[in-house]
Ligand binder design. Structure first.
Ligand code: GLA
Length: 415
């Protein structure tokens, strides 16, 4: 028996104090405040966001904390040089990264600062009131686990800059959608990861106790009550520890195939393909970027997955969360066989969790590693986690890590 490893979220006051302490060490002064943003886990609706589809993420209790202070350093004419200095408590031996707002742009920043500085760059395109700042980050969002550590970083900076520079976007959902758009630009254009918008929308717009039904066609949202505990259920998240990398070619290749298929079908996004007329639509696809067979399977995943989101939301609306398991299973099979974004470790989580009594399970996030979710009766959480850990040990795979997800608060000021 291998004892499961649990990934605990920090208490927000601890996270804030960690970030503040690191800020004092790095910059020798107090920050103006501490802001934080959560990672997310998607219940269903995978690889649908960049197809104008539906997805249904919840925020995790795991958050990234930013301690930030506005600065003013005068240049030759007395104006602010708008210096940006960044440090990470996770990299205590690394130096302080620095640049100026004017020098931040596509291709000028690498590594984690791209996600932070990129948000400042994107917001600067919206407003001209942003100036220089010092910031330190710390985080308990598992890194490389497909739980949106990058979106948590971006969104923590978005709310920090919004608040510190009085941009006033964070006060309502419409403004938060603008912040999310800035974070998406940062990720796409500065960090160079061609992701959709689900992660940033969740971190900024999903609320505690609710899943976020995000319609990526018009960016509208509905907050769907999501309280598994009341039904004696839990959402077990398993980090396979098989690292995924969204900026590699596979994610971009899936997007390109979807775009090419939509063009062949004469629609702007695959959202417009009527699930009832799917077979006819598939027959219209020919060899193009990929073979017609591959394009058909990719399109079938997207169209059926969007339909599964609607079905799952209907079950939640009807107070039947215990019945969503078959939709989770179907989503996994579709991602594994049609979209081909699963991997040995993700399949093993799903199989071993189901064999141990999970009511349904699927990979979540971009795939090729990262995490899977399992719907489990509350009193079976430990047993299912132990069974998954054993299955990994039996195959001599790196031990996975576990957490139980509760739909948590969006990005905001912490202190
Ligand atoms: C990653 C991306 C998201 C989304 C998912 C797949 O998490 O960041 O935009 O495309 O993959 O659903």
């Amino acid at each position: 028996m291998s004892a499961p490893q649990w990934l605990d979220a920090w208490d927000p006051s601890d996270g804030a104090e960690r970030a503040a302490a690191s800020f004092r060490t790095r910059f020798g002064t107090e920050p103006d405040g501490i802001w934080s943003a959560p990672g997310r886990v998607n219940l269903i609706g995978e690889h649908t966001d960049y197809n104008g589809g539906l997805c249904l993420p919840i925020n995790l209790p795991h958050r990234t904390y930013v301690a930030l202070r506005r600065t003013f350093r005068s240049g030759p004419g007395g104006a602010d040089v708008e210096e940006v200095r960044l440090a990470s408590a996770q990299e205590p031996d690394a130096g302080v990264w620095s640049s100026t707002l004017a020098d931040i742009g596509p291709g000028t920043v690498t590594g984690w600062p791209a996600y932070a500085a990129g948000v400042a760059w994107a917001l600067r395109r919206e407003v001209d009131t942003l100036g220089g700042f010092d910031a330190v980050v710390d985080s308990c969002v598992p890194y490389g686990a497909g739980l949106s550590s990058s979106a948590a970083l971006e969104c923590a900076f978005a709310v920090a800059l919004d608040d510190a520079f009085h941009l006033d976007f964070g006060a309502d959902d419409a403004g938060r959608a603008i912040l999310a758009a800035a974070c998406i630009r940062a990720e796409n254009e500065i960090a160079g990861a061609p992701t959709g918008g689900m992660d940033q929308s969740s971190s900024l717009r999903a609320t505690a106790g609710h899943a976020l039904l995000l319609d990526c066609l018009d960016n509208s949202v509905r907050h769907v009550p999501f309280d598994l505990e009341a039904s004696g259920l839990a959402l077990l998240v398993v980090d396979t520890r098989a690292e995924h990398q969204l900026s590699d070619g596979q994610y971009a290749a899936r997007r390109a195939t979807c775009d090419a298929a939509a063009a062949q079908l004469g629609v702007v996004t695959l959202r417009e393909v009527d699930p009832g007329a799917l077979e006819e639509a598939l027959a219209g696809l020919t060899d193009d970027v990929v073979t017609a067979d591959v394009a058909r399977r990719r399109v079938r995943h997207v169209v059926t997955e969007i339909a599964r989101v609607t079905e799952l939301v209907a079950l939640l609306d009807a107070g039947r969360p215990g019945d969503i398991g078959p939709l989770l299973d179907a989503s996994h099979i579709s991602l594994r066989d049609d979209y081909e974004v699963s991997c040995v470790e993700l399949d093993l989580v799903v199989e071993s969790a189901r064999a141990a009594g999970a009511l349904g399970a699927r990979m979540t996030g971009g795939g090729f590693g990262g995490s899977a979710i399992a719907l489990v009766e509350v009193d079976r959480v430990g047993a299912v986690a132990a069974a998954v850990a054993d299955a990994f040990a039996a195959q001599e795979l790196t031990a996975p890590a576990f957490l139980v997800a509760h739909a948590s608060d969006p990005a905001s000021r912490t202190v």
